[in-house]
Design a protein around this ligand. Sequence first.
Ligand code: DC
Length: 239
Amino acid sequence: MNAQSASTPAVDGNLTRALVVAIDGPAGAGKSTVARHLAACFGLLNLETGAMYRAFALKAQRMNVAFGDETALLALTRSTEITLVPQPEGNRVLLDGEDVTALLRTPSVTDAASRVSVHPRIRAWMVARQQQLGARGGVVMEGRDIGTVVFPQADVKLFLDASPEVRGQRRFEQTGDTPQSRPSEEVARDLRDRDERDRSRAVSPLRPADDAILLDSTHLTLTQVLEQAEAVVRAALQR
Ligand code: DC
């Protein structure tokens, strides 16, 4: 698994070079937007771990491996290569060399990603790769378990949240669904089900690290969220 830097953003100084920023939170909380902003602001590589789970889920789908069969999924990892290519607009994802970025946001891959991610040995495989990707620092990594498991020593840990209603509405707007294509209630229901699975799984459930800074954006504008996240990182750089 590799991370390639497509462009070299303006680096804020030596301090940011080794910085690790962990962003966790449920779906639709704004993690990707915040991660992209912080990456651009502080010259960090932005790594979306959810995209790795999504790419692996797509592979399982294509190979007809049951999402509940951990042993078969583990065997599949041995012939799977996932590469994240950070870009200003988000990660491009290569699955065994094929650019699958455009295929990863469908409802079926989204659901499958949440299902394959419950398995401890699949998580261990992912976590080892994520730790390699971030080993040299200079990264903002987003997911569900970055501050708790992948980088418990991260310099900055943000846990983003918002009410389920607000997250459902944001996700509905983001995915470009229309009331005719997929009703907002269906988008909200999928999000609730996925949240429930992500929070209740036995291994590395979604939860804030004890030392994470909670940022609830239910009543905040996007600008306010970005400003607050930026301020947290600036404060960490001055420590
Ligand atoms: O962030 P996302 O919506 O792209 O993530 C898709 C799924 O992957 C999510 O429902 C749970 C799983 N995931 C995970 O278990 N751990 C991570 N660090 C990132 C994602």
